[in-house]
Design a protein around this ligand. Structure first.
Ligand code: TXA
Ligand code: MG
Length: 358
């Protein structure tokens, strides 16, 4: 199959790309689209055959459910049931964070085909804030099922070129919307109403529970004003048990072995082996640069070490190291809070050896 790439560099080319995308979606195709987090492989969520093409192109097992993207907040009612007890927290979160990188797990409406949710009675929903994605989904007018546009278990794509590398020849169209502004997949949350009613005996308001199932751009710190935040359990296996079927150990993995080196003092390079370093700041004082004669060094946020910059560059640099031909990637750890929590989660999953503190 020939994969066409539609650019969006001018208003005219954007219009053409939007028309081409909507035409493909109406024809039941799965296509690569930009979102603010990572590129998605999108298809009509209500068309089982189209959704089947997503699983086929990705090589994704059918027990791993997809995220449903909405054309508007009002469309939430078409795919999910919002119970009376969750109405308040859902309204607050969607007003605050939609459109944006927050995915909410809710009981699904029967209209959502089982293939989308892998037979679960819940559906993962979000509304992307990417301007090109919004144009396309508005014009299309219906929800789009879209996982990240990578082959199953591989590094998420944050550029059209990365989608081409992953799925070129397998899908008919990629819309190039530039580099993703957030760089990490959306935060996924599960909600629980306040226990035993909305107010305490003293008339104080009780808070709902917001459980982070996958750490992402909307951080625990961002969410804590809106409920009692439950942080994700460390380690892929714990999360699989917690009920996020796709959160398995092989997720986000480069083909090259990767290790998070918590203590630079632990590094004993094997002679003849080529190592690549994924560094946070690229500063000698952090103790990693001088450990060995690195074949490749990729710096997430040179000098100042800004989490937001690191997040944007994270998958791009991981992909670059993976393609560089080194035998092993060594990653510096980051602070396990804010966006650092999301990146450490991806690094732990990408690593072949789970660090001791799991
Ligand atoms: O930012 C994102 O979320 C990107 C863009 C394209 O929107 N999408 C994305 O989709 O990361 P994907 O399929 O790569 O990851 C979705 C995760 C999977 O781990 C899947 O198992 C989980 O969400 N998930 C989907 N529906 C679920 C459900 N009903 N219950 C629990 N987990 C669910
Ligand atoms: Mg993914």
């Amino acid at each position: 199959m020939n994969t066409e790439i539609a650019t969006t560099e001018s208003p005219e080319s954007t219009d053409m790309a939007v028309q081409a995308a909507v035409q493909m979606l109406n024809a039941g195709e799965a296509i690569g689209l930009p979102t603010e987090t990572v590129y998605g492989l999108a298809a009509d969520a209500f068309n089982e055959e189209a959704v089947g093409k997503i699983f086929e192109a990705k090589g994704r097992p059918r027990f791993d459910p997809l995220i449903v993207h909405l054309p508007s907040k009002a469309a939430l009612a078409d795919v999910a049931v919002v119970s009376e007890e969750l109405e308040k927290v859902v309204n607050v979160l969607t007003n605050q964070f939609w459109p944006g990188p927050l995915t909410i797990l809710l009981p699904k409406k029967p209209a959502v085909p089982d293939i989308v949710t892998a037979g679960l009675d819940t559906v993962a929903v979000r509304m992307s804030e990417h301007p090109v994605f919004r144009k396309i989904i508005k014009e299309f007018g219906r929800p789009l099922a879209a996982p990240s546009a990578n082959r199953f278990g591989r590094i998420s794509p944050t550029s059209a070129a990365a989608v081409q590398e992953e799925l070129g020849g397998l899908i008919p169209l990629i819309v190039d919307g530039g580099a993703c502004g957030r760089g990490l997949e959306s935060t996924i949350v599960r909600l629980e109403p306040p226990e035993g009613g909305e107010v305490t005996a003293k008339g104080k308001k009780k808070k709902p529970r917001i459980e982070i199932v996958r750490a992402g751009p909307i951080t625990a710190e961002d969410l804590k004003n809106f409920g009692i935040v439950i942080r994700p359990r460390r380690g892929a296996r714990a999360e699989a048990v917690a009920g996020a079927p796709g959160q398995m150990a092989s997720h986000y993995a480069p083909a090259t072995p990767l290790r998070v080196l918590t203590d630079p003092g632990d590094f004993e390079p094997e002679p003849g082996k080529r190592y690549g370093l994924l560094s946070f700041r690229g500063e000698a004082e952090d103790g990693y640069l001088s450990l060995t004669d690195w074949s490749e060094v990729a710096v997430l946020s040179p000098g100042s070490g800004k989490m937001m910059e690191a997040a944007i560059r994270f998958f791009f640099l991981l992909r670059k190291l993976d393609n560089s031909g080194v035998d092993e990637i060594i990653a510096e750890p980051m602070a396990d809070r804010g966006l650092g929590m999301a990146m450490m989660d991806r690094l732990r999953r990408a690593s072949t050896r789970v660090p001791e503190d799991e």
